[in-house]
Design a protein around this ligand. Sequence first.
Ligand code: PMM
Length: 263
Amino acid sequence: MGVLNITPDSFSDGGKWTSVDAAVAHAELLVAQGADLVDVGGESTRPGAPRVPVERELGRVLPVIAELTARGIRTSIDTMNAATARAAVAAGTSWINDVSGGQADPEMLGAAAELGCGFLLSHWRGHSADMNAMASYGDVATEVRDELRAQIDRALDAGIHGSDLVVDPGLGFAKDAEHNWRVLGRIDLLEDLGHPVLIGASRKRFLGALLPADAAVTDRDLPTAVVTALAARAGVWGVRVHDVASTRLALDVVEAWDRGSRG
Ligand code: PMM
């Protein structure tokens, strides 16, 4: 999954694709580099980010989704708003990617059930403005699994088909660096939930912490690709990344390694 943030303030690609032409050109590049899905977002979820009015979010994402659909590019809509999800699906999106897992908007789970599209459900404790204060766990890996299980149950109760659900531990969302590494080290616990798993580690702060303090945000693409390789080895269904080329190469290495091990 390639990231396309149509926002002025996302931490790594904010302000770069604010015209429809620039956004579509970038989506074409992501697909040419190997993305199966382009994740279109109009609201930044970086720590401390303010909420964006739905009308503004719609104005950012809908023209891009319509154009990508016309070009045969598959998209997901990265939104916490049911109204945005509905409009995006009407414009051709096939997946809803809700980082709140249906908790931010009480209408979301019902809308997703009605729309019958795929639903990417992330572990989430609260909005970006105050999520860092919620990063408190005993054993983070089992707590994230158990809270995700409760979120999955709510999604199923609302009428979403189990086969439409993909789960995501929400790295960086109410999680510090050590929490993220612990969750990644126990992806097997998430797989026990019985749904495909998506990992969104791309360019996040906990990867930046491994680099020199003056490193550029794009220097995080190498550790992102390594996480992708390890996540693939752990059996995940998908990864959400900004730089598709390096991640595709990491996956090619894993596949070649596996061929080698089969002889
Ligand atoms: N992370 C961001 C945004 N959307 N969606 C999913 N499913 N998983 C994530 O980890 C995730 C997400 C963080 O912001 P970014 O768009 O600037 O990377």
